[in-house]
Write a protein that binds this ligand. Structure first.
Ligand code: BGC
Length: 498
């Protein structure tokens, strides 16, 4: 080999060595970035961990807080609000009734016709519309004028003949926010939740506002009851099955109500002497306990929300928030690593990732996770490899699993408070006769998160069995109530007339 050829060969070796070195360097760097992301995932998993022991602590804390909230006004973060609902519909109701439901994301209007027997429940018209976002921070006048206008349009579509006798239409107003009631048909707004921000409305009578707006439009409608959505769901549950004594909503927000003995509502003793029980609206979204597994993402979400230091439980389990927790994790990962490409500015937009997208990604069963790719692309994150898409699915899983399991702990807490969790003060060695005394308990459940997100539902139901044990779980029936809060509220109004 000549000198030139030797030099050329040596240079070639050098070049290929340095190319290899660069590639190795890149691989090491990319492995380090991947390791950083895996570390974030690991930390998230640990922080969200909900072993059954921890869930039981949450169960106990929920039961304790319920007692405290019933004992005195302001005795707990759980408001345990009186609803003045002493009797639930039993199937004998007759007539035509309406419900107008202002939820967190949608409003619904419907009409039911009842024939006096349980099987004669005819839900005639159901209208469901997204709440226009400008209403959420408008004024009470704008909001209620809009609701009255929507009601007017609904009635116009009925035609003249449906109200030919000229009697007033009886309406239930299902209002999915915390209200301090003074009767079943009146109560003032305590605070807004779920991103609503009409501050001058706080302290005003909600039913009066709606009635006023409808009177101004000349509508022949009487607001006969003001009903929390959980109470509506309970009413429908009870109508079909009188073992239904608890109702929970997992939607944009979350809450529970249940039938309580009036003598246990210590804070209102004088007021409640006439009847044996009353439905209590827990407003469990505001529940808090040091046993709740909180992450730095929850802390940031809370601090940047429209209601900081409020609704801590809701912010871990409800539909409005799950998407935003997932978004925050992805954003954090994309800031420490380029596995998501350059950090998309959209990842910094609060609530841009909705929980229905989280469920679509979580339940994506296409081999290449195309749904995940599509949703990430909508967030400005394109062309990520399959292993990154799998990572995103894992994040959805961790956040939703925690939510489902905590939701189950909440339900078990209520069961514990009312003595339906099988413990009855006896933690082990239950005899057959004790088991026979265990009563069947139906928990009515409503809300888009529960209805549409299978993994959330499965995690919740699985954890409930884990907490209660196989034996006791057989006595606890969780029943889905489609549109229960609206239909049930109309039934409640019907029961007031009969
Ligand atoms: C409200 C509750 C409501 C729940 C579910 C919460 O944000 O405070 O009143 O029942 O959402 O809609």
């Amino acid at each position: 080999m000549g000198k030139v050829a030797v030099a050329f060969a040596a240079a070639a070796v050098l070049v290929s060595c340095s190319v290899a070195a660069v590639m190795v360097g890149r691989r090491i760097k990319s492995r380090a970035k991947w390791r950083a992301v895996v570390e974030i995932l690991k930390e998230l998993e640990e922080a969200c961990d909900t072993p059954v022991g921890r869930l039981r602590q949450v169960v106990d804390a929920m039961a304790v807080e319920m007692h405290a909230g019933l004992a005195s006004e302001g005795g707990s973060k759980l408001k345990m609000l009186l609803t003045f609902v002493h009797h639930l519909p039993n199937g004998t109701e007759k007539g035509t009734y309406y419900a107008l439901h202002l939820g967190g994301t949608y409003f619904r209007i419907l009409r039911v016709h009842l024939g006096g027997e349980r099987s004669y429940l005819d839900v005639q018209d159901v209208e469901r519309h997204p709440i226009p976002s400008h209403l959420m921070d408008s004024t009470s006048e704008v909001l209620f004028n809009f609701l009255a206008f929507s009601m007017e349009r609904f009635i116009e579509k009925e035609g003249k003949e449906s109200n030919s006798q000229g009697v007033k239409r009886e309406l239930a107003f299902t209002f999915s926010f915390p209200v301090k009631h003074s009767s079943i048909s009146s109560g003032v707004l305590i605070k807004w939740t779920k991103g609503f921000e009409i501050s001058e409305m706080v302290g005003k009578d909600v039913a009066e506002c709606l009635q006023g707006a409808m009177n101004r439009r000349g509508l022949d409608i009487h607001v006969a009851a003001l009903v929390n959505d959980t109470v509506g769901a309970l009413s429908l549950g009870y109508y079909h099955d009188p073992d239904t004594i608890v109702a929970v909503v997992f939607g944009t927000g979350s809450n529970a109500c249940y039938l309580e003995r009036t003598d246990a509502i210590i804070k209102s003793q004088g007021l409640l002497t006439t009847s044996g029980s009353m439905v209590v609206n827990m407003e469990w979204g505001n529940f808090w306990s040091s046993h709740l597994p909180r992450t730095s993402y929850d802390i940031d979400l809370d601090a940047e929300s429209s209601n900081p230091n409020d609704m801590g439980f809701e912010k871990m389990i409800a539909g409005l928030y799950l998407g935003d927790i997932v978004r925050r994790v992805i954003r954090h990962m994309s800031q420490v690593s380029d596995i998501f490409g350059p950090t998309s500015s959209m990842l910094s937009e609060p609530y841009v990732l909705r929980t229905n997208s989280v469920s679509a990604m979580h339940e994506d069963d296409t081999p290449e996770l195309q749904q995940v790719a599509r949703i990430l692309k909508d967030l400005g994150v394109s062309d990520v490899p399959l292993k990154v898409r799998k990572l995103v699915v894992k994040i959805c899983d961790v956040v939703t699993r925690r939510a489902g399991r905590l939701a189950a702990a909440g339900i078990a807490g209520i069961l514990k408070k009312i003595g339906r969790d099988g413990s009855g003060g006896i933690t082990s060695g239950r005899s057959r006769s004790e088991m026979r005394m265990q009563k069947r308990t139906v928990v009515a459940v409503e809300g888009g998160l529960y209805m549409n997100y299978t993994m959330f539902r499965e995690y919740m139901e699985e954890a409930l069995v884990e907490i209660l044990g196989e034996e006791v779980s057989q006595y606890v029936v969780v029943k889905a109530m489609e549109d229960g809060s609206s239909i049930g509220s109309a039934l409640l109004v019907a029961s007031l007339q009969s």
